[in-house]
Design a protein around this ligand. Structure first.
Ligand code: NDP
Length: 245
């Protein structure tokens, strides 16, 4: 089954990650749902299996080096390749994203947010890259946010100008830098690397007041995961539209 696509989604037990796994599974992709605890990952996979989706649940706290390595070994043993990596797991600081905080950001907060949203993405991608290189259509999707856009923050009357949470926003801006650098480094390999802004979505992170439902919130990730060979790479995208960095 060399042509069967395999996708790994981090933070797939709930929110946009679970929905992305579901929508990719409904399109015939084999989905590996990862979560911090094995039983939680397996329960999420079981829900999709009950719908006839080819799903597996694997433990992965993205911040743990031994677990990142174990996931690479699992994929290598089971599938010998990886077609789609969705770097979805992400955290916001403990309090709400609507509390502006710049100069008072603590070292603990920076460490917590950057560790998950940036460093773990880089290290997991590095761990899985040899397997992605074995795919004929490797796709890497980094879940970013419009809150990481320097251009939009500096625009007059910008709707995001009042969401100034330095740790989260800077982590996503830095993640976008990773997208541009990795896509350039992989030029000519056929592997596409893009940043996704899912929208402001009704999840635990997005809050109940978010305008977008979770079905639509997964669409950008799914679209970027299944890009054709002539699709974009090294871009920041929301529902097919390019966003400014
Ligand atoms: P949720 O808070 O609903 O879900 C976050 C997921 O990430 C959970 O599965 C959580 O697992 C997982 N996670 C967090 N830390 C780790 C870790 N160390 N290891 C493994 N998994 C982890 O968030 P969303 O679904 O809303 O967000 C998904 C992505 O989309 C994030 O990167 C977010 O920044 C981004 N995004 C979301 C927006 C929104 O409006 N919702 C807007 C813009 C971007 P657990 O259950 O164990 O905590």
């Amino acid at each position: 089954m060399e042509n069967q696509k395999i996708a790994l989604i981090t933070g797939a037990n709930r929110g946009i990650g679970f929905e992305t796994a579901k929508q990719l599974g409904e399109k015939g992709v084999t989905v590996v749902l990862t979560a911090r605890q094995l039983n939680v990952a397996q329960e999420a996979a079981d829900k999709l299996k009950a719908q006839g989706i080819d799903a597996f649940g694997v433990q992965l706290d993205v911040t743990k080096a031994d677990e990142r390595k174990a996931v690479a070994e699992y994929l290598s043993d089971k599938f010998s390749k990886l077609d789609i990596l969705i770097n979805n797991a992400g955290v916001a600081p403990k309090e709400t994203l609507s509390v502006n905080k710049t100069i008072d950001t603590t070292a603990d907060e920076f460490e917590y947010v950057f560790n998950t949203n940036l460093f773990s993405v880089v290290y997991l991608t590095k761990e899985l890259l040899p397997l992605i290189k074995k795919s004929s259509a490797g796709r890497i999707v980094n879940l970013s946010s419009i809150l990481g856009s320097l251009t939009l923050h500096s625009q007059e009357n910008s709707p995001i100008a009042s969401f100034r949470v330095l740790s989260y926003n800077a982590s996503k801006a830095a993640l976008n830098m990773f997208t541009t650098h990795l896509s350039a480094e992989l030029e000519g390999t056929g592997i596409k690397v893009n940043s996704a802004h899912p929208g402001w979505v009704q999840t635990e992170l997005g809050g109940d007041g978010a305008p977008m439902n979770i079905t639509d919130g997964a669409k950008t990730s799914v679209e970027l995961a299944l890009l054709n060979a002539d699709g974009p790479t090294g871009k920041f995208i929301h529902l097919g539209e390019e966003l400014p960095w």
